[in-house]
Write a new protein. Structure first.
Lengths: 192, 192
DNA sequence: CTCAAACTGTATCGATTGATACATTATTAT
DNA sequence: ATAATAATGTATCAATCGATACAGTTTGAG
């Protein structure tokens, strides 16, 4: 293998692309915006991502999952009190200067903005994986007697997804952090 | 006043524009899409809406409120059981072939997609008006002893908004209508 | 009958979009 | 050294965006 060395860092460039997509969404994030943020030229951009913006977005969403939800899902496998862990996870949507409260949920945004394409499907799949992990952790706690849910088991995933994706929009309407957190707290009471 | 007569119907044209914006959102709805759907030429378009797409969208959102939420809010003032009325309103998000389940909530979509501009602000305002009406009807029922809510009064609006805006995304993840409706039913139980 | 007012159809504007072309520079294997 | 390979920088492509120009058509007031 011969050839000139990369002048940019691949990981740093992809992380920069994540933030651009996260903030602007797939459509609004222009190739020029992305290149600028990634510190990369046009040629290098299309050399590294032959599929262009589409390929970059797909890899960006994969990396996003690895960076943010994945560590939490791993943690969730070990905790005794999954409701408290989920509460803290949901609280990030209420942190005034955090990326989640500012940019929203990467997957919900994608589901919302994308056409009926592969991205929408992938974003749904990511959220379902998260909901599945929530379900498993809660079921373990229930079986262990740690929690005593009043909500039927078959509604757990949809209820939790709806709370999460709702916050993604509600945070733009209700700016009072204490009200948002109280709503999260109240909604999670059904898990005991 | 002299002059040629309009060849198109203004109300029908605006209604057509609503559906285009509803389905595609402000950004993706191109001026050509709109003209085509409205059955109108470029000249007439910019003659009728000197502010272009922006002005058309503003009037479209106003008309949308008049067409859809307003009649329900009027009904809500008269019903004895507001919880049941709200349930039916939320159910429209689960109707497989309805515009709401297909296109989502006009206002939530706008809040989601718009930049920090006048549209976002107007969409938030519309949702707040709806939440206020929900609140008033529920408070009347509580004072009349018809319902016995377990949720603190100060969380009513945010809780109901979050349920509604959540459905706007959750409907794309959970396709089973019975699960969606059961989640709505369970969530509304807190109002007694 | 005339003429200004109002509406319409088509052609096109400059800006921006995602994506390529192509020459240049840097690196390594032989 | 030289050829092959890889990365870069700039210029530009066709398509589409919102918006406008401008000539043509229909109408009613005088």
């Amino acid at each position: 293998m011969a050839g000139r060395q990369k002048i940019y860092n691949e990981d740093a460039a992809l992380n920069a692309a994540i933030d651009v997509f996260w903030q602007q969404g797939y459509e609004k994030a222009s190739s020029r915006d992305l290149q600028k943020a990634m510190g990369i030229g046009f040629s290098s951009f299309y050399l590294a991502y032959k599929g262009g913006k589409q390929e970059l977005f797909a890899k960006s969403m994969q990396r996003f999952f690895t960076l943010y939800p994945q560590p939490f899902l791993n943690l969730l496998k070990t905790v005794d009190n999954p409701v408290e862990a989920i509460r803290q996870y949901y609280y990030v949507m209420t942190e005034p200067n955090g990326k989640f409260s500012q940019f929203g949920c990467y997957f919900s945004n994608t589901i919302f903005q994308a056409d009926e394409n592969e991205f929408k499907e992938a974003a749904v799949k990511n959220l379902v994986v998260i909901a599945d992990a929530f379900y498993d952790a809660l079921l373990r706690a229930k079986n262990a007697g740690t929690i005593n849910p009043t909500i039927p088991t078959e509604l757990w995933k949809t209820y939790l997804l709806n709370l999460w994706t709702g916050l993604n929009t509600t945070k733009s309407i209700e700016k009072d952090q204490s009200i948002l957190r109280a709503t999260i707290d109240f909604s999670l009471k059904v898990f005991g």
